[in-house]
Design a binder for this molecule. Structure first.
Ligand code: ADP
Ligand code: MG
Length: 547
């Protein structure tokens, strides 16, 4: 039927649209990156589906993307011959936001345009960014493998509603027509389009052609704008930093540059190419259980899946990147990946690779501080999760220290380097906050003796140190626990003192023992945990879990 239906956007979409139009204005050319990225994804998906159904690739039409400028109509069209969408698909994909945590994310936006622009970038603006430059968007599409009559037209002005109607469409795939706002007419200029495509989308693995219509005596021109080879297949020395960064933005939807990356080709029986990035900022859903994570998986340059989680452990879930493993079966599924031998081996190698990359990043103090502030908590999970690589993970940790108050920058290696040769332990103190740690009476004797103590006040710290007995064969010791062995004059018992005996009987119900100590310098008394007792953080965690 030719009937046109009107639908309302999901409330979150309306809010996002409004925020985006207002806060991304100065970054507005990213709409082109997003729409080309979707076209490229659609071509990837078609090629994947065609592995089983070769007839889906319309004969003679290799997957491709075209940009068409119509100055008279004031439109810019981004078209692809990829997987396409049917009516159900457009309503679902272009009317809602499927990501969990969206509502919370939107609530966290401040109204400050500059800050929000950063946050929205990390959320991934996607298709809706079209409305930054267009006051009307028309999408025409037909799903690969369906009949010419199964086309669909979606249209909206971005104001809360969209319409959907059935159309006939000769080609499969999707065309997104942007009716440009008056102040966005610069995107009708082919120079501008060339520049933006070069900047953001040069690495796209399908040809992007720019079509400029006939004008005066000139005929219609079609010009290919990119090299259309998969970036990770090119030799490292031929790829500029800028190209690497743009590719990062393509796969991550991040606005910001990555902190670092590692691009490697491994030959032999277990052949694969990996390109892994460390983002500069944690995504809003780093701690959501259902969040997308993992690498983009390709087999022989054919896209297989997003979010292949099996190639890295949980605690490295913030790493973005691509893995191309030509010897995996093309029909590999998530279930198969789970316990497929070669995948386990690649995972072990990639884990080591990432840990090395992070170690190297540690040489750049400023970058590492950024990294640690964003991802330090997650790295700590690795101490318990990845026993095979525990020492390499532990080398990445940074702590506040009694020697450097106010800074979270001391590594275990630095601690070992700083300590006197005869000190054979690493001391740490657990507390609820950095200031509680710094002011703890437990530190007094260490200060007096000039012994450095690492100050741990993250909620995960107690859990973490319960897995970390030692580092490079030096034991880690809780400075608040049991009897300390700080040299011969310490803790020499003065326990015959009558005051001690009296305190012991008064407090008998509440403490295990009262002891004289030389660990205090200014404070008269402190509470000490017995060797085998749970610490206060752990106790609270268990209580909160109802144990
Ligand atoms: P994302 O690309 O991160 O999924 P987008 O907002 O960019 O988010 O796109 C939303 C969804 O709309 C896509 O996941 C896809 O299913 C669909 N879509 C968008 N553009 C196209 C296209 N050119 N061809 C096919 N599907 C598309
Ligand atoms: Mg997208």
């Amino acid at each position: 039927s030719a009937e046109k239906q009107t639908h309302g956007f999901q409330a979150e979409v309306s809010r996002l649209l409004h925020l985006m139009i207002h806060s991304l204005y100065s970054n507005r050319e990213i709409f082109l990156r997003e729409l080309i990225s979707n076209a490229s994804d659609a071509c990837d998906k078609l090629r994947f589906k065609a592995l089983d159904e070769p007839s889906l690739l319309e004969s003679g039409n290799d997957p491709a993307i075209s940009l068409r400028i119509d100055k008279e109509a004031g439109t810019l069209t981004i078209a692809d011959n990829g997987i396409g969408m049917n009516e159900e698909d457009v309503i679902e994909n272009l009317g809602t936001i499927a990501r969990s945590g969206t509502e919370k994310f939107l609530a966290s936006l401040s109204g400050d345009q500059k800050k929000d622009a950063q946050l929205i970038g990390q959320f991934g603006v996607g298709f809706y960014s079209a409305f930054i430059v267009a006051d009307r968007v028309t999408v025409e599409s037909r799903k690969a493998g369906t009949d010419v009559s199964a086309g669909v037209r979606w249209e909206s002005d971005g104001q809360g509603e969209f319409t959907v109607e059935a159309i006939e469409r000769a080609e499969q795939g999707t065309a997104v027509v942007l009716h440009l706002r008056k102040d966005a007419r610069e995107f009708l200029d082919d120079f501008k389009i060339r520049q933006v495509v070069n900047q953001y989308s040069d690495h796209v693995a399908f040809p992007i052609t720019l079509v400029t219509p006939a004008e005066g005596d000139d005929e219609e021109k079609a010009e290919t704008l990119n090299s259309a080879t998969a970036l990770w297949q090119r030799p490292r020395q031929e790829i500029s930093d800028e190209e690497y960064q743009n590719f990062y933005k393509h796969i991550s939807h991040d606005f910001q540059d990555a902190l670092s990356w590692s691009h490697n080709k491994v030959e032999g029986k277990l052949e694969y190419t990996s390109l892994l990035y460390i983002p500069a900022r944690a995504p809003f859903d780093l701690y959501h259980r259902e969040a997308n994570r993992g690498l983009k998986l390709y087999v022989q340059r054919v896209f297989i899946m997003d979010d292949a989680q099996q190639f890295l452990p949980q605690y490295l879930r913030f790493i973005k990147g691509v893995i191309d493993a030509p010897n995996l079966p093309l029909n590999v599924s998530r279930e198969l990946l789970q316990d497929y031998g070669p995948v386990q081996k690649i995972r072990a190698a990639l884990t080591k690779r990432v840990l090395q990359m992070l170690k190297k990043l540690g040489n750049d103090e400023e970058k590492y501080a950024t990294f640690w502030s964003q991802f330090g908590q997650v790295i700590k999970e690795g101490i318990g999760e990845d026993r095979d690589n525990q020492e390499a993970v532990a080398a990445l940790l940074r702590f506040a220290s009694s020697n450097q108050p106010g800074k979270v920058a001391t590594s275990l290696d630095q601690y070992l380097e700083n300590k006197p040769a005869e000190q054979d332990k690493i001391y740490y103190l657990l507390a609820d906050s950095p200031s509680a740690a710094e002011n703890s009476p437990h530190l007094e004797v260490f200060r007096k003796k000039g012994i450095e103590v690492l100050l741990l006040s993250d909620p995960v710290d107690e859990w973490m140190v319960s897995y970390l007995d030692s580092y490079k064969d030096v034991k880690l010791i809780n400075a608040a626990r049991g009897e300390l062995d700080l040299g011969e004059e310490t803790d020499k018992a003065d326990n015959d003192n009558p005051l001690i005996g009296r305190l012991g009987s008064i407090l008998a119900e509440r403490v295990e023992a009262v002891r004289a100590t030389s660990r205090l310098v200014d404070s008269p008394a402190c509470l000490v945990l017995a060797e085998d007792q749970l610490g206060p953080q752990m106790r609270r965690m268990l209580e909160a879990a109802g144990q």
